[in-house]
Every structure is written in structure tokens, then in C-alpha cells.
Design a protein around this ligand. Sequence first.
Ligand SMILES: Cc1cc2nc3c(=O)[nH]c(=O)nc-3n(C[C@H](O)[C@H](O)[C@H](O)COP(=O)(O)OP(=O)(O)OC[C@H]3O[C@@H](n4cnc5c(N)ncnc54)[C@H](O)[C@@H]3O)c2cc1C
Length: 471
Amino acid sequence: MPNSYDVVIIGAGTGGYVAAIRCAQLGKKVAVVEKQKSLGGTCLIWGCIPTKALLEHAHALKVIRDAKEWGVTLPSAPPAIDMNQVQSRKDRIVTGLTKGVEFLFKKNKIDWIKGTARLAGKGKVDIVEGEQQTLEAKEIIIATGSSARSVPGIELDRKRIITSDEAIGLKAVPKTLVIMGSGAVGVEFASIYRRFGSEVTIIELLPRLVPVEDEAVSAELEKSFRKQGIKALTGTKVTRAAAGANGVDIEAQTPDGQTQKLTADLLLVATGRGPVTTGLGVEQAGIAMEKGYIKVDELYRTSVPNISAIGDVITLGKGVHPQLAHVSSAEGILVAERIAGEDVRPINYDHVPSCTYCDPEIGSVGLTEAEARQKGYDVRIGSFPFGVLGRAKMAGETEGFVKIVADKKYDEILGIHMIGPRSTELVAEAVLALRLECTVEELIKTMHAHPTFSEAVGEAAHATHGAAIHL
Ligand SMILES: Cc1cc2nc3c(=O)[nH]c(=O)nc-3n(C[C@H](O)[C@H](O)[C@H](O)COP(=O)(O)OP(=O)(O)OC[C@H]3O[C@@H](n4cnc5c(N)ncnc54)[C@H](O)[C@@H]3O)c2cc1C
């Protein structure tokens, strides 16, 4: 049967396309249904890739602006950003990567069915738009991801009141930009558009920026943003936003109960994302849901046999499921291996790295100091500033630190939190340390090359035992 598959996957984001490749590697006949014109989902088209491409432009502009410091002579006109070039370079990168996924599909003999999928009873998926047909599948994996959402009372018009989907494609730098929410998406766009020249204000409901990070990291980011001229209104709630022809009128309630009025060219709503299940027929299929998310067990089985779900669209029914590309991919691999009959073990979500690519960058894994104390650990802390390192001085990137949270009793590392240059790369060592249940002593004995940024990790371990060499 041409329309009959071992596995049909709905959605070709980082969850779906990675699951498809792994299924094919394990000998399965696979089809992926994707309604967009290209493969790769949120991460490649609107998320990780375009935002980090824009951040690289912002970084390049920073280096060029500091030309004098580097001994580089520029023509007298101040360097400026050309948004047409920024957008076309970003689009080239995105297209290159989405075409790369297409190539991998061909290489692994995975069929891309172009259209919108709907569950159609046991082992059946209808393609209701696009290449209309019914697919038969022994196993179905739902990987339909998430989309940007607003909060009650704030209506998106996608012109003046926008989401990250629009913010990645701006053809002109807004003079004034207000950002609602200081999670990863909010602070990354703050870094991008501040460097490009916007007046940026972040409004955060909670008392600090990047509220899920260690408190010391939040404080360091706030200090750095202040220096860069990014205004942060924390503990503040946006209560009204009205888009007009020339901008947005915003009202916010400050921690002392006062109403603060702001106007901006654009309001970027970066308050989170919601699951995509509309029209998928999940309820009719009898799949158990929780607050709009598909409920799965620790091996990503839904309540209906032979239907699994992974990525941004799921909840494990406990805590917050991280909406991250690498999480969705890890889940995709696990499901593929389970379907192929391999011995699989549940993912440990305590070891998920969290990276925020604002300037300065943040990388973290494991328990924050507050979480460790709350769990009753006798906590030992060690911190080492990047500013002391030769390598950081050479790069002119001296902000931030590495902080280790450890358990005094067994010397086990519970969490590593860093803000500063290359933190999103350095966190890989921290993830491995936690995965291997490494002690502080073992990290001290792990040699770090000189001169590197990674010396900050080694020195933070020394500092945890009260013996940093360069402090
Ligand atoms: C601005 C931004 C920046 C981000 N940066 C990072 C980052 O730096 N690092 C990181 O790890 N994560 C980042 N993320 C999060 C990351 O993009 C997501 O966690 C990840 O893409 C989730 O993958 P997924 O496969 O679950 O879903 P998605 O990538 O959302 O893919 C779902 C796919 O399913 C398709 N689909 C949906 N319904 C149907 C249907 N009925 N039929 C056919 N196709 C359908 C959609 O078109 C889509 O292509 C970022 C997100 C945003 C918005």
C-alpha cells in the first residue's frame, strides 16, 4: 500500500523531523506531514535560528562600534545597521538549514506529505489540506509544537502589537520598543534591538528578569542591561495596550500600585507559547489533555495506544515541560527507539540545559541556589568572575561569572549557572558533570586548558572548596 507506513509523524519541527530520521535509521517506513512550505518548524523558521542569526548581527555591530579599542580605523561616519542585508542573510541561513532537513529526508527515504493532518480513527491520518489523502500507520507521533500567544486583554494585531514571529522579520529598526516578558525570548530581542539602536523597555510581572534563572544571574543581567541602556520595569503588569496608526499606548501597573503610561513604536508580547492542536482531532480520538496540552507518560505514550506525542505540545502532568528544541529532539529519539523495540529510559529533566543568548549570554543546568536550599540541601556555593580571566580580557568580554551550587555532605554538584561570554557553549561541561553525578572535587581535578573561558568553570569549582587560585 503506497499510503501505508510504520510511522506517521505530524509536524516537522525539531521533535518531528528528528524522530523521523531516527525511525528511518531503525528501519521503519516513515512519513512526516508538515503544513508549512519548509521543514524544521518553529526552531528553524521562527525561533532558535533566526533569533541567533540576528544576535550575531548585533554582536558584529558591537565589535565594529568598538573598532577604536581594537585598533581598527573606520571611515568617520558612525557604523549603522542595514536591515535589508540583516534580513537577507538571516533568510539565507534559515533556507540553508530547512533545505538541509529536506536533504536528510531524501537520504533516509522519509516521505514528506505536504498538508494539514487530522487524526481519523485507529491507525489513520487524514490530510485535510494540501496533498489530500488518508495515511495508514502502525504508530502515530504527534509533534505539532506551539505558537505564540498573548495574555488576556492584550490583543495582538501583528503590526504594532507583535510576537516573536514578526520581530524576526522587521525591515526597519523601531525607534522605541517595549517588550512584555523577560524570559529567553524577551531578553534576546532586547539585546538585538538595543544593539541595533532602539530605545528598549522590558516589562516583567515578576520581581526580576529571567525569573527562572538563579537570582545572582538575574541581578547580573539587570546590571548589564542598565549599562547598555535597556530599561527594566520588574514587578510591573501591563494592563492595557492600544495600537494606533503611529504606535502603541501602553499602561502598566508598577509594584506600588501606580499606573505608568508608555508609548512605543512596537509592543513585543513575549509572555509564552501555547500548544497547537486545533483541528487535529485529538479530543475525538479520545486523547487525554491537560490545559490544552497532550498528556503523555514518561515514555511519551498518550492515553490512546499507538499514538505518541513529543515536544512543545505535551505535558508530562508534573511541573513545567521545557519548550526547547533540544528537549523535543531528545524526546523524538526516545520515542523512535521505543517504537523500534529498543530498551529506553525516561529523560531526566533535571539535566536539561537552559541557554539564553542575550548579551551577556546565560547558560544553566540543575538546581538554583534557592531551589537547592528549598529542597533541604546543606548548600555550598562557589563563584568565579569571567573578568579575572586572561581570555576574557583579550576578548573584551569581562562581564559575568560561573556559579556552582553543591551539596556539602556528598560534594555533589547540584547546579551550575553562568552568565557571561560563551556561557551557552560552556554549559555543555556542566550538563555532563550533572549527568555523571560529578563531585566538586572531580571538577577541580578536571584540567581546563589555558587560556580559555572554560577556566572559569574550573576556578568556580576551586572556589566552591574555598580555594580559587586567581581570586
Ligand atoms: C523566538 C524563539 C526563539 C527560540 N529559541 C530557542 C533556542 O535558542 N533554543 C531552544 O532550544 N529552543 C528555542 N525555542 C523553542 C523551540 O523553537 C521549540 O521548543 C521547538 O521548536 C519545539 O519543537 P516541536 O517539534 O515540538 O514543535 P515546532 O517546532 O513548533 O514544530 C511543529 C510543526 O508542526 C506543524 N504542524 C502543526 N500542526 C500541524 C498539522 N495539523 N498538520 C501538519 N503540520 C502541523 C507546524 O507547522 C510546525 O512546523 C525558541 C522559540 C522561539 C519562538
